[in-house]
Design a binder for this molecule. Structure first.
Ligand code: AMP
Ligand code: MG
Length: 353
């Protein structure tokens, strides 16, 4: 791929001069890709209605062509241009959680190119809340297809620096909007079926969805590997994801046993001369007697765990650890998103203690 110069605009640049957003929006309208901040993770956007522009996202990321993209809108009116008949239940979700970290899947309209949906007859739509994302999409005046702005397979970027690490020389522009608050990708709920199905957990939790929808099914692919003999409901679930360079092992069980087992394993690996990273929580971080310990935050606030997860996986890469031992957390509220991302980063390598 031909190397191009990657420019970064800081939040101060953007705030000082509104022509900067206009210029970024023009790049998008001209069929280019732009990385931008959202409240979940950084996205790599292109005009969702321009198949050639959308193809550039796949090239820049090295993303498999059968993994569909989420279409981002700034205005609720754009939704009906993308999705067919929007049922009342989906509208209720939008009223409750948009703008915000929720993606809703419905039957697609003809105009949505198959490059965006990877040939599916459904389209995933989200209205982000980050002010830079909103003003960029509004200024572009077209819906913006955007996956996470990482190189395919790597942990998603929660800062502009993470985007630069992965995509420098591959994209023309990064808008820096500071650290992403939620820190994991949006919740994905499939509303194109009889019963709503949670396909990917995120900042809008299963419990929050149930308050609006009543019953929500949870796709089994969220916590276990996709079986080869079943159709894949959400193609992204097939791939190894969010993976740092070192292998990850996730320990599940009671907290006491988890920390004992991790400490024992860390000491063992260290004796073999291995550099060990321990992905811990505030509750247990002082217990460990070996390894490089980083805490995701307090178990009492699972949203904090989600917010720091990807940045810590990248930090372990930079530290050059040989293996990462991760504390499993309670899979409730935002903890379900944490466990889903950890499971994928680990290639479902769990140790139950
Ligand atoms: P990313 O934005 O990189 O987190 O990727 C978007 C994810 O949304 C993909 O991995 C898919 O699994 C999911 N997705 C997008 N569109 C659809 C769709 N039409 N049906 C099911 N899943 C989808
Ligand atoms: Mg992604």
């Amino acid at each position: 791929m031909l190397k191009i110069k990657t420019r970064i605009l800081t939040i101060e640049d953007i705030a000082a001069d509104k022509d900067k957003i206009e210029a970024a929006a023009k790049l998008l309208r001209d069929g280019e890709v732009v990385a931008f901040p959202t409240e979940t993770v950084y996205g790599l956007g292109a005009n969702a209605l321009d198949p050639e522009a959308v193809k550039k996202i796949f090239t820049a990321k090295g993303r498999p062509g059968d993994n569909p993209l989420i279409v981002h809108i700034a205005d609720i009116g754009q939704w009906s241009g993308l999705a067919e008949a929007i049922p009342e239940s989906a509208q209720a979700l939008a009223r409750a959680f948009w703008p915000g970290p929720l993606t809703i899947i419905l039957k697609k309209r003809e105009v949505v190119p198959h490059e965006v949906t990877a040939g599916l007859d459904t389209v995933a739509v989200r209205m982000p809340s980050h002010p830079v994302a909103r003003s960029l999409i509004a200024a572009a005046r077209v819906p913006i297809a955007a996956p996470s702005a990482n190189f395919s397979g790597r942990p998603s970027p929660t800062t502009a620096r993470h985007v630069l690490e992965d995509l420098e020389g591959r994209i023309p522009l990064i808008l820096d909007g500071g650290r992403a608050d939620v820190g994991v990708e949006s919740t994905v709920v499939d509303m194109a079926r009889e019963v709503p199905v949670l396909l990917r957990p995120g900042g809008i939790t299963r419990e929050m969805l149930e308050q609006v929808l009543g019953r929500v099914e949870v796709d089994p692919g969220i916590m276990s590997p996709i079986r080869e003999d079943r159709p894949v409901p959400s193609p992204g679930m097939k791939y190894k994801h969010y993976a740092p360079k070192a292998p990850v092992t996730v320990f599940r069980g009671s907290e006491d046993r988890i920390r004992l087992a991790i400490d024992r394993e860390a000491r063992r690996q260290q004796r073999w001369g291995k550099k060990v990273g321990i992905l811990a929580t505030d509750d247990n971080k002082d217990f460990y007697t070996a390894g490089i310990v980083r805490s995701m935050g307090s178990r009492a606030r699972p949203a904090d765990l989600a917010a720091s997860l990807f940045a810590l996986l990248r930090e372990f890469d930079e530290l050059g650890v040989d293996t990462i031992l991760a504390e499993g957390v309670d899979p409730h509220d935002e903890g379900l998103a944490v466990m889903n991302r950890l499971a994928r980063a680990a290639g479902f390598h769990f140790i139950d203690v």
